[in-house]
Design a protein around this ligand. Sequence first.
Ligand code: UD2
Length: 315
Amino acid sequence: MTEKAIKILVTGGAGFIGAHLVEALVANNFQVTVVDNLSSGKLSNLEKVLSRISFIEGDIREQKLLEEAARDCRFIFHLAAVVSVTKTVENPLGSSLVNELGTLGLLEAARYNKVHRVILSSSSAVYGDDPRIPKKESMPPCPKSPYAVQKLVNEHYAELYGELFGVETVCLRYFNVYGPRQDPSSPYSGVISIFMKQAALNQQPVIYGDGKQTRDFVYVEDVVRANMLAAQVPNAAGKVFNIGTGQMINISKLWNMVAKLAGTTAEPEYAPERSGDIRQSVADIEKSNRILGFRPRVELKTGLASTYQWYRERL
Ligand code: UD2
């Protein structure tokens, strides 16, 4: 992707993942428009590229705004969403207006503007608590939260827009994404961002449950590359892909790695397991490897080190 002046719309471009993607697109000389209502994203995430993009502070529930923002765009990367599972449980209707109807509006804007391809951010949440691992795209979805239902509905709409209207779509099911700029401020923030903050401040972390639950942590730069591949690879259209590393680590071991990096001896406090917590999660990345050519490049140790450096400079 090195052509000049191709127009690209990124919704949620001021968010943690979105801003990394925008930086990569700008570095490749694309003409980028960002739509973000700054409800969870921050303008400071875009500070390095703000003078080189068009930034629209706006909401994906505004159809006219989407239709204008998508004008002449060849690609749309759709990352805007209510990203907190808890918030969608507290407010299923309100979150659905953003996560479901907002996405439908975006697909309409893509259809209306004859956008070549839309890349949608989905989630491993669609697998729910099916205990089988690794998670394969062919497994029946088992959504256990409004968030997961909303993401799954989007996947269905995406496929349908390809079939009915010829709008190419690709859905990426992210596993646990981490890296610089992830906001550690809520208890439901990504565990790595929380551990980083606690380690840097020499605070005691809380581990929910026995710490033996596992996750597949994927570095944000690898997620950005997955998005770029999803835009480029011809036969990715109409498909859903897991984006993880295929490796899992348990939460106690994760804390040990972070503590070692930070040189802290703080011992975790163990608290009761969170309700609805999934025991084991790891992606099967055979399909994304085979079709997208996706191979995660950043090992956990390396990704944690660069993430920790970022937090240490800021805390
Ligand atoms: C991830 C996604 C969520 C959804 C879900 C689908 C993130 C941030 N969240 O939730 O959006 O897609 O997967 O299954 O990627 N933990 C601790 N101590 C802490 C914080 C967390 O022990 O201070 C544990 C937590 O109980 C869980 C694990 O760490 O077992 C990971 O927690 P998380 O909130 O980072 O992500 P997860 O997998 O629950």
